[in-house]
Design a protein around this ligand. Sequence first.
Ligand code: FAD
Ligand code: NDP
Length: 526
Amino acid sequence: MATVSLRGTEPRSNGGSHANPNYTYDLIVIGGGSGGLAAAKEAAKHGAKVALFDYVKPSTQGSKWGLGGTCVNVGCVPKKICHYSGLLGHAIKDAQALGWTFGDPKPAHDWEGLSSPVRDHRGMLNFLYRRGLQSAHVEYINALTAFTGPHSVTYLPKGKEEGEEVEVSAAHIVIAVGGRPVVPREVPGAVEYAVTSDDLFTLKTPPGKTLCVGGSYIALECAGFLTELGNEVHVAVRSILLRGFDRQCAEKIGAVMQEFGTEFLYQTMPTHIAKTEDGRLKVSFRHTGTQAEHSDIYDTVVYAIGRNPDTAGLNLKAAGVALNGGGKFVTDKEERTNVPHIYAVGDVLEGKPELTPVAIRTGELLARRLFAGSKKLMDYDLVPTTVFTPTEYGCCGLSEEDAVDRYGEANVEVFLSEFMTLEFAATHRQRAPKRMGEDGMNELQPMCLAKLVCLKQEDNKVVGFHFVGPNAGEITQGFHLAMKLGAKKADFDDMIGIHPTDAEAFASLHTTKASGESWLNVGCGG
Ligand code: FAD
Ligand code: NDP
């Protein structure tokens, strides 16, 4: 490889005081997703001379996209638009129950009518991110890069031939290359025929009858909106739903989704995927317990069984950077790898939540420590999150199970209430009787669950906030602040509710799980 080496050749206009003539840049960021963009822009804001590399390798099905990383292109953003489209479908039905009439043709969903605005919106965001880097004076290099030494990386500039690689260097390097979806090579036909979240949101043809494989965030979110859009959807879950989340809430999500039409195949894993003569997909399954086998025909198979860190191609050994067995970085409190001037942020970090706001905040704080004299570290405690299933699930802090494990059953008090959203009760959204009550009467599955996990020995300090219901993401964001401020159950009791809302349930949670009394509430809102 004939490599051109650039060293301190292009002085920055940022007027920063960090310039080191031994290096081309003060900071090189590898990866232009949530974490990398945040680190690069924040560093430039404090006067650093920064280059950011971003390059998207095509998915197993050949999908590609622009600057912005997973969140913008194939994650949070397209997912939330699809989620909204699904909710609108349900809203149309509610509207009819509340006086609206729709003429002919009847409301129907058109897949291209959704995937086209998804593509347009992400195209606009790609453009805005490029412009954002430009105005922040970050040099954006659209190329795949890899280490050539502890301070240097190489890349092939656009339009150049192999052998014309360029090498650049920096005093500090931040790795923010994120992850890519796992597609199991051991399942014949999976790599060939299955799609992942890298492809789903912009499929050229309607997904039709769909199998989602996996039991966590992505499988459930995709199954949720695809069901709401009118597709027949099955979810193959090898063990339990939403491992690591509060069990009662996770099971409620499963129950509500089932009620709205998603079919769950528990303890079931695909063993083989083949194309049928008419171009559909025949999936063979095996039950993990009984070993019983069956098969079914689908139009689309979506694998959502986790994501692997995209670190294999970085040639880390040239820089002496170590990975754990799963390909992630083990860093210290300052996100420093085993090589002192090389850092990692975002989804590539071992044991940290794979969430956009976490990647962004970690990148910003790191840049401030490197270039603005800050000492502030990322606080990974009490990170709030929401699963955007049709009925959302938002939480912050410990699940009931984790609280019991950590503090002992005798020290944990759980306050909770299950209830129905006023608007949905009025529109009879849930007509199907699902549960047998103690009096032998059929009960409706209440859609909402509000739950506080409290620590008795600390005056019922709230260590776990959980809400299953509409707009859980919006609701959980606000209560996250209360958790950060150390709210106790008494503080929640002191709140004045906003009536009629679902969130007001948290102002009147009187029933404890231990009391044995029913926590099912009837009436409006919470
Ligand atoms: P990424 O955003 O993945 O960015 C890494 C970038 O580096 C990519 O552009 C990649 O192509 C590039 N790259 C890789 N290797 C190289 C190289 N060698 N040279 C140059 N460039 C390279 N999080 C939430 O908080 N809320 C949500 O609702 C949510 N929904 C999600 C839905 C889906 C379907 C998925 C898949 C994820 C979702 N996430 C969500 C997670 C969130 O998207 C990630 O946590 C976040 O994007 C991680 O940011 P990152 O900077 O670590 O990596
Ligand atoms: P996760 O890592 O969260 O979960 C993987 C799921 O796949 C689990 O249910 C797991 O089951 C199952 N699984 C693993 N291997 C196999 C296999 N070989 N066959 C069948 N099932 C398998 O992965 P996701 O893909 O759902 O999400 C990746 C990350 O992206 C999340 O952790 C999250 O941080 C982020 N994300 C965040 C979102 C949000 O904030 N709303 C939305 C989407 C993604 P088991 O429990 O048995 O291990």
